[in-house]
Design a protein around this ligand. Structure first.
Ligand SMILES: NC(=O)C1=CN([C@@H]2O[C@H](COP(=O)(O)OP(=O)(O)OC[C@H]3O[C@@H](n4cnc5c(N)ncnc54)[C@H](OP(=O)(O)O)[C@@H]3O)[C@@H](O)[C@H]2O)C=CC1
Ligand SMILES: CCCCCCCCCCCCCCCC(=O)[C@@H](N)CO
Length: 380
């Protein structure tokens, strides 16, 4: 079509007026939003990927916090997929129930085996014992997958929570994960001479974080910093592990680890677990209001969505769209799952958060204006 004829045709194209009246920036943002939504949904349902990066059939998996909530749901899903599973937590009665449930869920009842180890993972020596016992139980072979799910949240306002309880949350959240990772990686990365190398499949170390590592919510100061520390540990390890994976490629010539290793971290939103019921009891009303956008998921859904993302080979994993937006605004220098998807997500999130950041602060301000100091406020 001759482009000069176009203006004269405009009246006849008047049905397009609403589109022409829309500014290019609105059109651009809409196109971006549509692309990101389509991309995220497609990825969530597994389109565009064929190879499974997380095969667990016949493998041995250690799950900390495997007796309840998300950890238990992960244990059951992996048992169904054919893994041998060791659940670790403190309370033996709950561990025994989880083992019984895994036996019932097992994909192949004759070949799979299940075990439990009771340990308080805030103690690094206990984590060393867990990995040693798991290896002995697995006929001397180190576990193939270690998934850290242990932990719970005790919300409260910073000044109301005694300082020793802040430290305890760091122990329960950060140190259970860091101790487990330390014991695991010391085992996995031990040098093996070329003569001792066998065909060992890739190993996976998985942390369970929270989208609160990305976005602050008032009332979570005992918890969010510990989760943010896990995210930082995960990012640092994902880089450091490349040195060992590089050395592994030379295993026929020189000492190297027995297998290459991949690090992953899951960032759930709320999970309808016993831990969640517990935290609701002490959670400030303001915190509940600020996290209204969160629609908690069942442990089973969180487990399934996380496992699918691991199968696609993702690194930082969110379990629903709002979680992905929260990640997008805070992605910073973390490794991407996909250059295009994560870049578009980052742009979209940063536009969305221009409004979210002042909104959260205004809600907190208006809460104080209306209700005054919280009843739990300490006397000076
Ligand atoms: N619930 C939620 O809304 C969210 C939770 N998360 C995170 O997901 C993970 C699972 O949470 P959730 O499903 O609520 O879990 P639950 O609180 O329901 O269960 C926690 C598990 O961790 C174990 N555990 C706790 N402390 C220790 C310890 N010191 N040593 C060993 N085991 C321990 C518990 O067993 P025992 O007490 O017998 O030791 C239990 O098996 C946690 O890391 C949590 O921070 C992330 C986002 C949201
Ligand atoms: C369109 C995008 C808008 C984004 C708005 C941001 C809203 C914040 C939602 C906070 C969600 C917190 C979930 C994690 C909970 C958790 O880890 C605890 N329950 C601990 O157990």
């Amino acid at each position: 079509m001759d482009i000069r004829a176009f203006p004269s045709q405009m009246p006849r194209l008047s049905f397009l007026a609403p589109i022409y009246n829309t500014s290019t920036s609105i059109l651009g943002v809409s196109a971006l939003i549509c692309t990101v939504i389509a991309y995220t949904v497609a990825k969530m349902f597994g389109f565009g990927s064929s190879k499974n990066d997380f095969v667990v059939e016949g493998k041995t998996v250690v799950i900390t916090g495997g007796s309840d909530g998300m950890g238990r749901a992960v244990a059951l899903e992996l048992a169904e997929k054919g893994a041998n599973v060791i659940v670790v937590a403190r309370t033996i009665s709950k561990l025994l129930t989880a083992v019984d449930e895994m036996k019932a869920a097992a994909g192949n009842k004759f070949t799979q085996k299940f075990h439990h180890i009771s340990a308080d993972l805030t103690d690094p020596a206990e984590c060393e014992r867990v990995i040693a016992e798991a290896t002995a139980w697995n006929s001397g072979a180190a576990p193939d997958v270690v998934w850290c799910c242990a932990g719970f949240s005790r919300p409260g306002f910073f000044v109301d929570v005694p300082i020793e309880d802040h430290r305890k949350q760091m122990d329960t959240i950060y140190w259970t994960a860091a101790n487990t990772a330390h014991a695991t990686l010391r085992n996995w990365l031990a040098p093996v001479p070329p003569s001792g190398q066998m065909k060992t499949p890739r190993r996976h170390l998985i942390f369970t974080c929270s989208t609160l590592a990305f976005v602050p919510i008032a009332g979570y100061s005992p918890y969010s910093p510990a989760k943010a520390a896990i995210r930082s540990l995960s990012d640092t390890l994902s880089q450091e592990i490349e040195m060992y994976n590089g050395a592994f490629t030379q295993r026929h010539r020189t000492d190297a680890p027995a297998a290459d290793v991949k690090i992953h971290t899951i960032f759930p939103m709320g999970i309808l677990s016993p831990g969640f019921d517990n935290e609701q009891k002490t959670k400030p009303e303001l915190t509940k209001q600020l996290e209204e956008a969160d629609k908690p998921q069942t442990p089973k859904d969180v487990a399934r969505i996380s496992i699918s993302a691991l199968e696609r080979g993702e690194y930082l994993i969110t379990t629903m769209f709002v979680g992905a937006i929260m990640k997008g605004t805070a992605l910073g220098p973390s490794p991407r799952n996909s250059i295009l998807g994560d870049t578009l997500l980052g742009w979209l999130s940063n536009v969305v958060f221009l409004q979210v950041i002042p909104d959260l602060r205004n809600k907190a301000f208006n809460w104080g204006k209306k209700n005054g100091l919280p009843k739990s406020a300490p006397a000076s």
